[in-house]
Design a binder for this molecule. Sequence first.
Ligand code: G4P
Length: 530
Amino acid sequence: MSKALLKEINKRKTFGIIAHPDAGKTTLTEKLLLFGGAIQEAGAVKSNKIKKSATSDFMEIERQRGISVATSVLAFEYKNKKINILDTPGHKDFAEDTFRTLTAVDSVIVVIDVAKGVEEQTEKLVEVCRMRNIPMLVFINKLDREGKDAFDLMDEVEQKLHLKVTPLSWPIGMGERFKGIYNLWEKNIKLYSTENKQRRTEGLKIEDLADPELDEFIGEIEAETLREEIDLIGGVYPEFDKNAYLNGQMQPVFFGSALNNFGVQELLDAFIDIAPNPLPKASEEREVMPEEENFTGFVFKIHANMDPNHRNRLAFVKVVSGKFERNKPYLHVRQNKNLKFSAPNAFFADKKEVIEESFPGDIVGLHDSGNFRIGDTLTEGELLNFKGIPSFSPEHFRYVNNADPMKSKQFEKGIDQLMDEGVAQLFTMDYNNRKIIGTVGALQFEVIEYRLEHEYNAKVTYENVNIHKACWVECHDEKSEEFLEFQRVKQKYLARDKYNQLVFMADSAFTIQMTQQKYPSVKLHFVSEF
Ligand code: G4P
């Protein structure tokens, strides 16, 4: 193991911020970049969220696509660490993108709005992180506004998100009465000033809360409340345990106001201290350690066609082990061919640049003319396939038809490439070969139609189809009578996904239930990996 490689690995922290839209993800990201000196002023990071009012406006999507490639990865240095923030779309129609991005992070920060508490998107995303034991920090935002009581909110986080929380900072009042933050981690107090909404002092070190200086500092009533609350915290919440955090068994909570730049530094400093360096990753063959000399990496996102005149795509590769080098041939395992990359990109807060080398934890952008599919593995020759980019059952389904028989080649290619990118999922019915597209949100059908026309010169029509869920089929004995009967009886509902896996296209929740009862040895899954 080379020392130089180890040094680079220990420098890196790669994470994602997850939140329900409007909780303050963009604002927090921006403040983190400001601390890192990566940007000079607020407002430099454009929000890539799709405004609620524009949900069916795909020109807006196109515009957003431009922004979101720029904010896909934001890298900056802070206290001698290299931090990579991977952007995760908050809009629920793009939840699948976020799930995939979460396969490339080593930890996450969950942002919650103090007034709204735990919201729907947060629940879904945290569930995915919890299933994978990803270390999570929770940031409760907008303390400058009236919101829920801090203890109630902690309970809500614990119950709705099924997390084991412990506070590392604690608010002193909120809204109009917001005085500041007690940092349980470093045992000091930072005061918040309502006049200029900024940090007022560098903080007061308080080793002992009984110290009368506290009364002077924040006021008698506030000091008494704080003493009581901190006392209560000691009795209610477990002590912070770094290993439990790293194993995904405990989640520290911070309070603050991203907009006012308050509590953000505490969060960032704790993050630098405790967040994991690049972690090992499981492949079908073995676990790959970051410090292995040979490069390995996987594609977790594909961004197509920023320029419609060149069918150019950018594949985002997370480096898992070794050193990635420009112009060195790497094995594209699925296609069994060697590829070289003459202009690999690295991402910074406000630009992307061609780089010579990259290390575990980093994200490299590779220009691609159609070789890559989400989940593909690159190695120095070893036959490895990284695990963990599952597909979830779509929510919306439609038959797709090629509307212009003269353009069937373009149509096939377009559909194929859009599916590789993960815009939607394609299912081919077994009995008549008809194609069905499944998406997470209704918006994607418009995206597909628009992009087929503009990028591939092909026309699509859709037809409604009554499907409730796509269920991936698992059966240990594929020769059993039961499985054969299942296939015979359900013939008209069976399809193949893009990887030729068998899928049962169920028309209702009731059908799923009945099918499970009738064929207990045939397991139906809503996720493609089980
Ligand atoms: P998102 O990326 O999670 O969707 O949220 P974003 O950061 O865009 O924040 C959503 C709204 O919440 C923004 O207001 C933002 O200014 C506000 N916000 C973020 N942090 C705080 C905070 O600590 N305190 C308060 N009071 N507000 C906060 P907006 O009006 O929707 O947008 P804008 O016009 O201000 O950009």
